[in-house]
Each structure stands twice: as C-alpha cells, then as structure tokens.
Design a protein around this ligand. Structure first.
Ligand SMILES: [Ca+2]
Ligand SMILES: [Ca+2]
Ligand SMILES: [Ca+2]
Length: 627
C-alpha cells in the first residue's frame, strides 16, 4: 500500500483508500454456506427448532427468518463460522420456503429454510416387531438402478467395480426396482446401510491393502443432512419409503452418532470448542475396553479411552456431552424420520456413546413418533455385556437408555458354530437360557450374517444343508429375524470387503441375474425356496411370531423347542448331526394326544402318545410340526 501511495496525487490517493476500504468490508461481508436442518414441519414436538447456520464473517450477526420468530439471542462461535438460533414455528404456519436473513455491521446475506406440512402418520413411523422379517442391504452393492449417478461430478473417480474398496454403482433406485423380489422372499422390513453423504474424495487416511479407499459403505459422513450423491437424492429416498410402504415393506435407517468421517468439515472448523472429544492433532485413541462400560466398579476416567477415543485413531469422536452436539444429533434423527416417514433405526456403535445422551435421544424420538423402534449395534458375544445396553430398566449409572432392541450377536456366534462349522447345537439353548438378563428378549434382532463379518458360506465346513438349518432356526426362534442380502442365494465372501460383494444381476453387464428364478443355480433356487417357505410359515403361524419360546429337548446335536400361545403351538425339531437321528421328548404341556404334521416335508406325521413325541429326522435337517 505504502509503495502504491508514493508519488501519487492526493485525489488518486483518496480513491485508492476508498477502494481498499470497500474491498476489505466486502471481504468481511457475511456469507452463509449451509443451514442445518434445511427444513422442519409444523406441529412438531420440537419447537423452537435450533438452526445451525454455517458460514463466514458471522460475528455480531442478527438472524431473521421471514414470517417466523427467532426466540433466543443467537450464539455465535468466536471465528464467526457458526450461529445457533432458535426459530419458533407456530402450528398454523403456512408451509413454504422461508428466507433467512443474516445481517452484520459489514453487510447481509440470505439462505432458505422450508416449513413443511407434517407427514400423515397412517402407515408411517411404524417401528418393527417379531412379525417382521428384516433384510440388510448394503446400498452400493445390491443393485444399480441409475447409471447416471455412478461417477458424479462432485466426486469423480470413486467408481470402479473391479476395486472392492470403491463405489460399485448400487443406489436407492436399485432397491426400488427390486422391491418385488424382496416381497417374493417374504421380507417386510429393509435395513439399508447409511445413506449420509460420505466424503467426495479418496480416503488417504484409512488405507485398505495399502491403497486409498472410498466411503462406499456409508459410515464416514461428511454431511449428516444430505443423501450420498452415488445413491440418489432426498426425493428418491422419499420415493423409496413410499413405494416400500405400498408393498408392505418398512424402511430402517442406519445411523451413526458416535463419530463423523475423517474429512467432515467440522474437523478443521468445529462449531463449538468441545464439539469433538479432542482434536485432530490431540485426542485419545480408542482401546475398545468395552467391558469397562458395564462395570459398576470402573471409575469414569477408566472408561474414557473407550467412550471418547477416536476409532482407529482417525474417526473424529463426537462429544454428546456438549449440549449443542446433543441437540444437533437429536434434531438430525427426527428430521430423517419426519421428512421421509421411515419406520426404524439401526444405530451404529451404540456402546461408545454415553447412556445419558441416549436417554434424551430415545425420549425425543418416542415423544414425536410413539411406535418407532431402534435397534442398537453392540458387537459382543456376551449376554451380560450386551443386555446392559437395553432400555426399560435404570442401570447402576442411574440411566435407562430407552433402547428397544439390540442386534443379537451373543446368539450369532453359536448359530455360526453349530450350523456352519457343525459344532454342537446345544450352545444355542445355553445362550438362550440367559435371556432373563434382557429387559425384553423377544424384540432382539437375530441374524446369521451381516456386513462386518465373513459370510456364512465362507465359514470352514459350511454347506447348503447347514445354511438351511441356520435359516430354519432363525425364522422360528424368538426375536426379529434379519437376513443379509445375498445369503438367500448362498453368496460367499470370507472377510469384510468380500462379504460386501455385488448381488449377481444387480449391475449392468452382469453375466446372470440371480433376482430371477430361471437364472439361479439348483442350490441357489433350493435355498431361496426354502427361506421363502420359512417366511411364509412365519407369516401364517401366529406362534412363530408371538409365541413363547419353550425348550423341549437338547442334546449335543439335536434340539427341539416350541413356540406357544394360548391359542396354539408349533414344535420345531432340528437334527444337526451328519447321521439320521431319532429323539423322544415330553410335550404334555402342549398336547397329550393328536397328530402333528411337518410343514417342511422332512418327517412323516407324528402321533403324540401320553404326551410324548417321537421324531426321526434325516441327517442335518429340520422339521416344523403343527397340530
Ligand atoms: Ca448407480
Ligand atoms: Ca459424497
Ligand atoms: Ca464416543
């Protein structure tokens, strides 16, 4: 500046100073980059709604929303990059796009906020129950219904079907296109892996097999309010929920509240100083001492590395004790439900988030959507540990988390051992014997496969006969059965990347289409038909959905149990041995006489004599007996 002023006339100097001032002020004018949430509905239990306005030069800002009232003094962070403002939405507000005006002494700028009508509740926000058959879909790997989003402008170069760590093109349209297939299989609820917008670049932090990877799995959000561009749009998501509901299929959203992806903009510009537990350069690393979480003797500081440590040392751990974080996450959850009509949530990494936060979060959900249900992921084989996280009881920490359901990993491992590896089947009733530790074991989500474990068919010793037995057990025992996409056609994949293989026929250029019976192999077709038969029986026979589970007979490789209601009973017999077996057991509690017929075509009808049932089964087979 000084050099420019030298040897200039006073008039030119004056002009230069004026220009410099104008440019400086313009450079400091406020700018809005994003508003979370972008919309809300009238007559919500959340009112006022807390807006988080992200931008630049927001110091000393005043916020006005067209036709609505800001009811607090907005809080603004020191760097002037975030404003928190409470907007009140009177019940009779006309749904419309509203203009948000942010004014500072240096200028003003606008953004928009939409007031929506509340969605009609009929057939929406339904929750899930043991009457459902859930089906887990990894969106990117199921079906590509829209090739135009495979290599989007905002994230070029992340699509490569030959690379198992890149996007493969699967999307929400692909799920819509295959709803009839799922209906045919007997599915009534779909759990979709996270559809949040994940990072638009290669991940250079988490190398996979020494090479950069992508966020195709969905668990590394860069924006909690946007649908990933490889998967579709918010409109497409709404279309999926509506179409699924019309087919009698519910939608379960996979959410993550423990951490963000490594490239979330918050990492370099946190909305509050305590937004994360630590910072990118200084934080604890997660040590996964999860047993400390249910230990009444562990002091809080002992649990910190597990509760607040960053996963793998690079997934930024959100601090739910920060009131702004807590409020942001609660509203984010309600927004997805309230703007789409979805029915349930599967919550990732449940145990690494404080129970006190979950109490507030579950209360907020139930307050607005009474029938809604949540299943939490606590990946642990121990019932003592897992059951601690279920709600319905105040624990030693003085908190009832309010959590409805858990993924039943304690049952998952014995099921794999028995039916894939051929180990003793009695591990299953021994695990079920611990059900009293749960506040409600009937609502647990049971599974024999998922996206974080190798597939059933890749276990040592796995056979189609074993997989049929596993499905027979899963679809007749207590709980809400969850299938994993592709297990119904015996897909293989021994580890995390290969367990997430592409469904054959879901992608352009696939050699065959296993969605269609004519293209399935004999084994695939036999298994598909068997599972379809089981889901049909579960739908037809009330005891299989709501009956009490009663163990009738257990030996190393034979297991008999009943599902009973005051109106009827169904008796299951499983022979897990590689030889035929005959067993006899007492059923006097269910029937003293009469004939029971097998619904799976394995056993001849069985006559009950003096309250005893004698059953002969071929090797590795199961029968479902009804009077
Ligand atoms: Ca696609
Ligand atoms: Ca993205
Ligand atoms: Ca945490």
């Amino acid at each position: 500046m000084i050099r420019i002023f030298k040897n200039r006339s006073p008039l030119i100097r004056l002009f230069c100073v004026h220009l410099w001032l104008t440019l400086t002020v313009a450079a400091q004018a406020p700018e809005i980059l994003k508003v979370d949430p972008p919309s809300w509905w009238t007559r919500s239990t959340v009112n006022p709604v807390r807006l988080m306005i992200h931008g630049r030069n927001l110091q000393d800002a005043r916020v006005d929303v067209q036709g609505l009232r800001i009811v607090n003094t907005p809080e603004i962070n020191e760097r002037g990059t975030y404003i928190f403002a409470d907007v009140f939405i009177p019940p009779n507000t006309q749904p419309a796009q509203r203009s948000i005006l942010v004014t500072t002494p240096r200028g003003s700028t606008r953004a928009s906020f939409e007031v929506l009508p509340p969605l009609n509740r009929t057939g929406r926000f339904q929750g899930f129950s043991p009457a459902d058959v859930m089906y887990l879909i990894m969106i990117d790997r199921f079906a590509d219904g829209d090739a135009s989003n495979n290599d989007p402008t905002q994230s070029r170069g992340l699509y490569d079907r030959k690379n198992k760590f890149y996007y493969h093109g699967g999307d929400l349209q692909g799920v819509i296109d295959h709803l009839p297939y799922l209906k045919e299989l007997g599915v009534t609820a779909i759990w979709l892996t996270p559809w949040y917008d994940n990072y638009d670049r290669l991940n250079q932090i988490e190398l996979k097999e020494d090479k950069p990877s992508t966020g195709f799995h969905g668990y590394n959000p860069q924006d909690f309010y946007v649908v990933e561009e490889h998967f579709g749009t918010h409109e497409k998501l709404r279309e999926l929920v509506e179409t699924a509901h019309r087919s009698g299929i519910k939608i379960i959203q996979d959410q993550v509240m423990n951490h963000t992806g490594p490239y979330h903009p918050w990492v370099d510009d946190a909305p509050t100083p305590t937004w994360f537990n630590g910072t990118k350069s200084k934080h604890l690393k997660n040590v996964f001492q999860t047993w400390t979480l249910h230990d009444p003797r562990a002091v809080e500081s002992f649990k910190r590395e597990t509760m607040e440590g960053w996963f793998l040392d690079f997934l930024p751990d959100l601090n739910q004790h920060d009131a702004e974080v807590s409020r942001y996450l609660v509203q984010n959850t309600l927004w997805w439900i309230g703007t789409t009509g979805l029915d349930g949530i599967r919550m990732d990494t449940w145990q690494y988030v404080p129970n006190s936060f979950w109490r507030d979060w579950t209360r907020a959900i139930k307050h607005e959507f009474q029938s809604f249900r949540v299943v939490g992921e606590v990946k642990d084989g121990d019932v003592v540990h897992t059951s601690f996280f279920q709600g319905g009881r105040v624990r030693f920490d003085g908190v009832d988390s309010g959590l409805d359901s858990l993924l039943d990993f304690p049952l998952f491992y014995p099921v794999r051992h028995a039916f894939a590896e051929g180990k003793h089947v009695d591990e299953i009733p021994k695990t079920l014997a611990k059900d009293y530790l749960y506040t409600n074991s009937e609502i647990l989500v049971t599974l024999l496969g998922g996206h974080d474990d190798g597939r059933f068919m890749s276990e040592k010793g796995a056979t189609i006969a074993g997989l049929k037995l596993a499905n027979a057990f899963l679809l007749t025992t207590r709980g809400v059965p969850q299938l994993y996409y592709g297990d119904e056609i015996a897909m293989e994949g021994g580890d995390e990347p290969t367990t997430r293989g592409d469904f054959p026929g879901g992608f352009p250029g696939d050699k065959r289409n296993a969605f269609s019976a004519g293209s399935r192999t004999k084994d695939e077709q036999e298994l598909f038909e068997y599972i379809r038969r089981l889901t049909t029986l579960r739908r037809q026979l009330e005891p299989l959905r709501v009956g009490a589970l009663v163990n009738l007979y257990v030996s190393e490789q034979q297991y008999a149990y009943a599902r009973t209601t005051p109106r009827g009973a169904v008796i299951m017999v499983i022979n897990n041995e590689n030889d035929a077996a005959t067993i006899e057991f007492d059923v006097s509690r269910i029937a003293s006489a009469g004939v029971f017929k097998d619904q799976l075509g394995v056993s001849r009808p069985v006559q009950i004599n003096n309250g005893k049932m004698r059953v002969s089964l071929p090797k590795r087979s199961a029968a479902i007996f009804v009077p």
